[in-house]
Design a protein around this ligand. Sequence first.
Ligand code: NAP
Length: 294
Amino acid sequence: MADPLFQRIALLGIGLIGSSLAHVIRRENLAGHVAIYTRSAETLAKAEQLGLGDSYHARPADAAADADLVIFCAPLGANASLAEAIGASLKSGACITDVGSCKGSVIRDIGPHLPEGVSLVPAHPVAGTEHSGPESGFAELFDGRWCILTPAPETDEDAVSIVTEFWCRAGSDVEIMDADHHDRVLAITSHLPHLIAYTIVDTASELERDLRKEVVKFSAGGFRDFTRIAASDPTMWRDVFLNNREAVLDILGRFTEDLTALQRAIRRGDGDALHDAFTRTRKIRRGVIDAKQA
Ligand code: NAP
């Protein structure tokens, strides 16, 4: 077998994404040693029981010390304090990356704590499920999914290349873009859909008791798919909305206008307007299938 890509990888956070990475790192021989840190003793013990790493640490600096690659895998709101905690222990030449669903805030929160000679290559694997925790991970999570990297233009090219290779070997297709652009694209493709799902399910939960029972009974009519999305981790999604506020508010404004237009068409009995809108959206679905993202 070829030499591992990195001598030591540190995973800070070992939930769905961190544990999926642990599995794929082992499958692809991407590290000689995997060091795991997580906040709680319970989750750390669970990770050890599952055999996800080679060493387990109660302090992030102990996991990150001597690592060639450090991957932030905790909710976005934890990044600043984790970066502050590990900054002084990082070795020169180390590469820092993450998996967060927003990218502007990662550069803002992690960048200032990194010493000279350490590179930051932010990453977002566009892959996930509604499950959380170290037992929910699996090596195939990233297969055939996009991973978006958002390095600053001045980032060391070797660091970008090795993080790209890491994600390719994990099964992903890699695309590089500017962090602001990423945050605007994901606001419409991921953040708004989650917000809509949370809203629909919350609206249903407020209905009178009888109606609510029927909603669950007949959920296969469409509601069921929203409940899956709305079961996603509340901490993670709180942090997404707090850290991509501007882009989400912008897209939400446009969405509200379009929803109002459909509301008006229904009120006026304007079948043509409704049919036209639904014909346009059907084409988008075909595009998603053609792009093998269905
Ligand atoms: P998760 O399953 O809930 O796991 C979160 C991990 O972070 C746990 O190990 C948890 O530790 C730790 N953690 C939580 N709060 C912390 C804090 N304040 N300080 C330090 N550690 C903390 O989460 P996940 O789904 O893997 O998500 C992790 C990251 O991946 C997020 O930034 C998210 O935006 C991104 N992401 C998620 C998905 C998805 O579908 N889930 C997809 C793409 C990207 P304890 O259990 O020990 O408290």
